[in-house]
Design a protein around this ligand. Structure first.
Ligand SMILES: [Zn+2]
Length: 256
């Protein structure tokens, strides 16, 4: 549906900190939600990696919506920078912020300094030229949407998330993870992940009823055989007419 110009500007999320226009934008997003559907948000973290090139191609060819939470520190070669640019050219994809440093994988130390985390988010925004305020915290499944919040075990990441939300960022955790393969186990079959999605939606075991955010990582799909598994999962989700694949900025943020 065509929206008035002022709402379009708000929906692009190019708002300045403390800008009160955030609220009407969120209300207008909720009007687009069909209560007879179930929404799945495909999210890919930590890119760019070799797998990013394959994810980009699959999302384009399958013509579905997805979100990538990028780490500026990982874009350290010409090729990796090109994958970021390719993501930006893909109109099915939303680019979001997973911090510049990814805590260098030292999470306890990282979250002991909330102001530094905010700076790391702003640095990523600047380096990758990000145009929205959609964030996922590294190593912590924490949520801050307009009206709801959820924390995990770490008190310091709670303090950090509150500071970031006060600076008008939205923070998205996840409901379900397709785990990386490791030495002892290959990537789980796509059918088991599909079944996991359907079960969680049916059992209402997601942060928001009828909405499921699935976490994956770009480097899971570095190998062609694993990228094929992603394509198969997307194929199964597309076959299910009750399911809508959506970008994370459309996640419900009702004020109630
Ligand atoms: Zn991550």
């Amino acid at each position: 549906m065509e929206q008035p110009l002022d709402q379009k500007e708000v929906l692009s999320n190019t708002i300045t900190p403390k800008d009160s226009v955030l609220i009407p934008a969120l209300l207008s997003i909720d009007e687009e939600i069909d209560s007879t559907k179930q929404y799945v948000y495909l999210t890919f973290d930590d890119g760019p990696y070799v797998g990013s090139k394959k994810i980009n191609q699959i999302i384009q060819e399958e013509n579905v919506k997805a979100t990538v939470f990028l780490v500026g520190f990982n874009a350290y070669t010409k090729d990796l920078n090109q994958y970021v640019e390719d993501y930006k050219q893909n109109s099915n994809l939303e680019i979001a912020n997973h911090t510049f440093s990814h805590a260098r994988n030292h999470y306890t130390k990282y979250y002991s300094d909330p102001a530094a985390v905010l700076k790391d988010i702003q640095k990523n925004e600047s380096v990758l030229k990000l145009e929205n305020r959609l964030v996922r915290l590294p190593g912590r499944n924490v949520w801050r949407t307009a009206n709801r919040k959820k924390d995990d075990f770490d008190k310091q990441s709670k303090v950090t998330a509150d500071l970031i939300a006060d600076n008008q960022y939205m923070i998205y955790g996840w409901d379900y993870e397709w785990l990386r393969s490791h030495a002892k186990a290959p990537l789980s079959p796509p059918k088991s992940i599909y079944d996991g999605i359907i079960t969680r939606l049916a059992n209402d075991s997601t942060f928001e009823k009828n909405h499921l955010v699935i976490l994956m990582h770009d480097d899971m799909f570095d190998k062609d055989e694993d990228a094929q598994k992603l394509r198969e999962l997307i194929g199964m989700l597309k076959e299910n007419k009750k399911i809508v694949l959506q970008v994370i900025s459309k996640y419900p943020s009702k004020l109630s």
